[in-house]
Design a protein around this ligand. Sequence first.
Ligand SMILES: Nc1ncnc2c1ncn2[C@@H]1O[C@H](COP(=O)(O)OP(=O)(O)OP(=O)(O)O)[C@@H](O)[C@H]1O
Length: 256
Amino acid sequence: MSQPVLSIRNLVKRFGGLTAVNDVSLDINPGEVVALLGDNGAGKSTLIKCVSGVHLPDEGEIRFEGKPVSFPKPIDARSAGIETIYQDLALANNLDVPANIFLGREVKHRYLGGLINTLNDKLMLTEAEQSLATLDIQFPSLTQPIESLSGGQRQAVAIARAIYWKARLMIMDEPTNNLGVPEQQKVLELIRRLRDQGVPVILITHTMPDVFAVADRIVVMHRGRKVTEKRTGDTNASELVQYMVGALDDGREVAA
Ligand SMILES: Nc1ncnc2c1ncn2[C@@H]1O[C@H](COP(=O)(O)OP(=O)(O)OP(=O)(O)O)[C@@H](O)[C@H]1O
């Protein structure tokens, strides 16, 4: 079997007296979409923020592509190839699509800073067009400000940016929130494309249909703990809800 892209072992993150992530272990394999499910406050965001360099874990180990890693800052995780798309997408609304694809790389690519500054708009536009084309995304015009695009198109730009910068693991937090149904379908299709290109995706969601539409595997958290991990074909929505509310718990069964 190929080695996991991401391997989390016995991860603990506390905020004062609260244990937000409690002894979670998890593997993400090449080319799979893993849905991270859980009720509000279950610890999903805290877990992924430990992977994406927002929080440093208090205990446990994170391995990325086989090597132990520690990311003191988000830029460190991005530099390693872990791209996180939060709900706010971190796009600059007043800039156009190409500018957004190049946005925020100045720190990592300090030596490229001068180069990017001197890249003419045409080259940036061509590069942006190519990265969108790999995902089969079409826009009427790439030179309009992001704020004039739809929610689904903005998601597409964020995903294209990650592809352009060669993400090797994608983490997406509620990517279909606040989108209309056709746009939700498009975003799910983009997630499938990422997977088909071999990029594993961790998908945080509350939306059960999304889980069954794209996930290969499902991990459920409850009160900071991982309570189950299932192949999508081996479970159903009502069982998952039982895990989400704490009525079912594989760890407890084992301990009993
Ligand atoms: N920076 C922080 N400081 C203190 N407590 C925090 C912080 N971030 C999260 N928490 C707490 O940790 C627990 C887990 O929160 P987290 O946001 O990880 O849950 P979640 O599963 O992502 O929930 P949601 O779906 O509502 O985003 C909650 O009790 C939350 O209040």
